[in-house]
Design a protein. Structure first.
Length: 71
């Protein structure tokens, strides 16, 4: 079992694993999609997350068209 010293470290681990899997399946994540993996309303998130959320238009489908944020 992997142990993490912070929420940021755990999110980095998960984001890297998800991005690697997407790349293996030839559907690499966009920069916005990768940053959205760090989204949280209550825990640590990227400092620029509010800008990222605005860019991704989370009320609709993300730019890649592969998935939508659920509210």
């Amino acid at each position: 079992m992997t142990s993490f010293h912070s929420i940021e470290e755990a999110k980095d681990f998960l984001a890297n694993r998800i991005a690697a899997e997407a790349a293996r399946e030839n559907v690499p994540l966009s920069e916005v999609e990768r940053k959205m993996l760090y989204w949280s309303e209550t825990d640590w998130t990227l400092p620029e997350m509010m800008r990222v959320v605005t860019e991704c238009d989370c009320d609709s489908v993300l730019p890649c068209g592969r998935f939508a944020m659920k509210g």
